[in-house]
Write a protein that binds this ligand. Sequence first.
Ligand SMILES: Nc1ncnc2c1ncn2[C@@H]1O[C@H](COP(=O)(O)OP(=O)(O)O)[C@@H](O)[C@H]1O
Ligand SMILES: [Mg+2]
Length: 304
Amino acid sequence: MLRNVSATRYIEPLRAGGSVPGIVEADDLGTYVVKFTGSAQGRKALVAEVIVGELARALGLRFPELVLVHFDPAVGAHEPHQEVQDLLRASAGLNLGMDYLSGAKDFTPEVAKTFPVDPLEAGRIIWLDALTVNVDRTTHSSNLMIWPTLGVAPPRLWLIDHGAALVFHHRWDASEPEKAYDFRRHALGGHTPDTRAADAELAPKVTEELLRAITAEVPDAWLADEPGFATPDEAREAYVGYLLARARASAAWLPTDFPTREQLAAEDADRAAKTRRGRPDWLKQVPDLHGKPAVEHDGSVHLG
Ligand SMILES: Nc1ncnc2c1ncn2[C@@H]1O[C@H](COP(=O)(O)OP(=O)(O)O)[C@@H](O)[C@H]1O
Ligand SMILES: [Mg+2]
């Protein structure tokens, strides 16, 4: 069962991701990254976090503890930013916390170049993502962290952020358990993932009993009033049925034959060249910065 804790201090917002989670201290003296029910991603993102995260844990992958966080917006009353205030006020009640991995580093493309990842571990993570149709574990948004980064214990890979998984729950009527998974840009595709061995090991572990136990962890409040379902338990049944059918159909979606990093780099270069060819001559020398400015424009220098 997920433990229940109450927030005692709102420390700061985490603005790296889109959902503005907050670092929060709780009455068990733990520190958590809290995803709020009032965020734009809404409660379905929290449902996905619980189901996919607990599935990851049950399959033996490293995933920080999840807790249910009771949040009183008064705890964050000192927070100066209006948009954070609005988010906290819209999130009174039950929210989702993930144990905060102090000092953890994001698994960026730069880190990925040198961090050794076991091919079977890479295969297991990709298998989980393909099963749960997680569209947010790409090279540029890996939602993987390295921890610990200090001390004597070796740094390891941890999974975080499954809010964008289970994409099928946004359109139940069109959900197909055999659907292929777009894995070409998966964050671990360049680590020679052994997805066949992972499939043989993990598919038999995804049982109806396990899926029932995991969906039972999702609070009723996040499953109530779901169009198409009369009760939260009916919604739970739909998740169990879909994931069980998908696990049994792994031959239809198992990702194999990953492009090499060189192939992906060549595709990127190709795309950039096409973009340049489509530009008028006077723009051809402008570097392709993928929408990012080359340097920060600091307007204040003109104000002195
Ligand atoms: N458990 C954690 N421990 C340490 N840092 C975390 C943890 N969870 C998230 N973060 C940091 O916060 C960022 C945003 O969190 P994430 O769960 O990815 O939210 P979003 O849905 O906004 O992408 C992550 O990229 C990571 O840097
Ligand atoms: Mg994220």
